[in-house]
Design a protein around this ligand. Sequence first.
Ligand code: RRO
Length: 305
Amino acid sequence: MKRKPVSLGKVELDQPLMTASGTAGYGAEFADYFGLHDLGAVVTKSVAHFEWPGNRAPRLHPTKSGMLNSVGLQGSGVDHFIEHDLPALERAGAKVVPSIWGHSVDDYRVVTEKLAEVADRIAAIEVNLSCPNLGGDHTMFAHDSRLAGQIIEQCERFGVPLWAKLSPNTDLLVDIARAVLAAGSQALTLVNTVSGMAIDIGTGRPTLGTGRGGLSGPAIRPIAVRCIYDVRAALPNAKIIGVGGVVDAESAVELMMAGADAVQVGTATFADPKAPAKILKALNKWADRRGITDWSQVTSAAHRA
Ligand code: RRO
């Protein structure tokens, strides 16, 4: 059954499912496993306007119901992305959404300015305001509504649609969501990973090189559902992209019913690189069986029940 595209501000997606930033490389790595053009979009690993080495190893630690990471934004920078990764994604037919990061408001502005030069080759920019693994002496941008708003305001001027990726590690989520929407973000991506830690009981030391990391996977799905639900309740007209523990059609539907217009699949790709395509297929079957003609019938259903 054909359904209406999902509208996220100026961006329309043929399908309500995409990759989550950071978990599918820069995207084209997955072209051998499934057709990237079949997904709503491919959201790439966050890039800055500079090269960045990332955090010390170990950077990944599997948990019983998810994964801890402390990659620390390793990347070759936006020039490399535009020269090498973007063409590969285009060859695969993907709708491309680069994710960006920086240490300062100005860093975000500079990387956006560079991506604006290839605006006709990308669908939107996901502004990652919520990496839990950055360290440094400033607060996380997504925990400060003034700073988060300033970043969106500076980036919005270049005319590329922006999606702000926010943090579950704050009780200010709704305030931050309001601030970034007021500053011009067209959608919210909810949520980044949950701050966590694991100890190796043999050595008595933290398992990750940096101690803390970001917890993802099914363990955080109830947190993602709560965050999406709260923001949807406060902001009925916001465009929301849900992310956190989507592993099958049912978990995608759960995030949508909480209020998400579309969802992203992240940690599930570590267990099965074909997970985004398989989950999307199952999600469409789920909708076909119920005679769903428009994804908006699913989005926010929990608020109407
Ligand atoms: O690179 C990372 O360590 C990382 C990022 Br940018 C992010 O947004 N979320 C996360 O859990 N890890």
